[in-house]
Unconditional design. Structure first.
Length: 279
């Protein structure tokens, strides 16, 4: 099916799956398309299917799309809608997510992508069958140094009158303890992160290392030392979580977080064809 050019729309591509995937809506309340779009549907060709929607050409052409991607509020809304649709497909079928804002002139161009990349799409769908993405984040969370108890006669050192603490010396000691706590937490977090791949080697099919989150962007306290994704069989999800969580047990100043499951965004980049333009 080809999008009507007179209607001023283009085809937004969310994901690729097999042709036997259920027709939209995949789950209740899934948004039908990015803002201003209509007609979430499957474009099927030769055993494959592309999840697409019609979106306004003015908003998703080269200039409009660039403006949207440079507007953080609009970009966030687009990302939420995109991810909701991909997650809806993922809940019912094996899926290859496409990059955010992958747009084609019409459905015929989308079908052409299915035709030209058919072998690669099928190979990846076979490889991803029964698997999902789990995220692992390792944080260094230094423990604040404890303040000493109030000084009393029994706790004062000999010759307290001559060597008693001044406020300056007490401050310097606290700062030194704080620096030691930070160094120890970062060292321990690095050791935990280094053990991750070996710990889950029998539970993960693939691993992808991402850039650690910047301070202030992480949802919880601490400095993100490692930010990784693993492709895990659904049947191994609980064992994977348990293995990862055990790494930081009893390790002061280290927190490990497992997120997901997600659609396998980190393991389909070689089939992404998205750029900020319409083909």
């Amino acid at each position: 099916m080809t999008t009507d050019r007179k209607a001023g729309t283009v085809s937004y591509l969310y994901a690729v799956c097999r042709a036997n995937a259920p027709d939209p809506p995949f789950v209740p309340d899934a948004p039908p398309a990015p803002a201003g779009g209509t007609g979430l549907r499957l474009v099927r060709h030769n055993g494959l299917a592309a999840v697409v929607a019609s979106v306004p050409a003015e908003e998703f052409g080269a200039e409009g799309l660039e403006a949207r991607l440079n507007d953080l509020e609009r970009l966030e809304a687009l990302a939420r809608a995109h991810n909701a649709v991909v997650d809806a497909v993922h809940s019912r079928a094996t899926v290859l997510p496409m990059r955010l804002a992958t747009v084609y002139l019409d459905d015929a161009r989308v079908a052409g992508v299915l035709r030209s990349d058919a072998d690669r799409f099928r190979r990846l769908l076979d490889w991803l069958d029964g698997h999902e993405e789990l995220g692992v984040k390792v944080y260094a969370t230094p423990v604040p140094p404890q303040r000493p108890a109030a000084a009393g006669a029994a706790s004062q050192p000999p010759h307290a009158g001559a060597g008693a603490d001044t406020p300056g010396r007490a401050y310097l000691r606290r700062r030194q303890a704080q620096r030691r706590g930070h160094r120890e937490a970062y060292r321990a977090a690095g050791e935990v992160a280094a053990l991750l791949p070996q710990t889950v080697s029998g539970l993960a099919r693939a691993r992808a290392a991402h850039r650690p989150q910047q301070a202030g962007l992480a949802p919880r306290p601490g400095e993100n030392i490692a930010n990784e994704a693993y492709l895990v069989a659904r049947s191994d999800r609980a064992a994977f979580r348990a293995a990862v969580s055990s790494l930081a047990q009893g390790v002061p100043g280290v927190r490990v977080e497992v997120t997901g499951p997600w659609a396998p965004y980190s393991f389909t980049t070689d089939v992404d064809r998205g750029e900020a333009e319409v083909r």
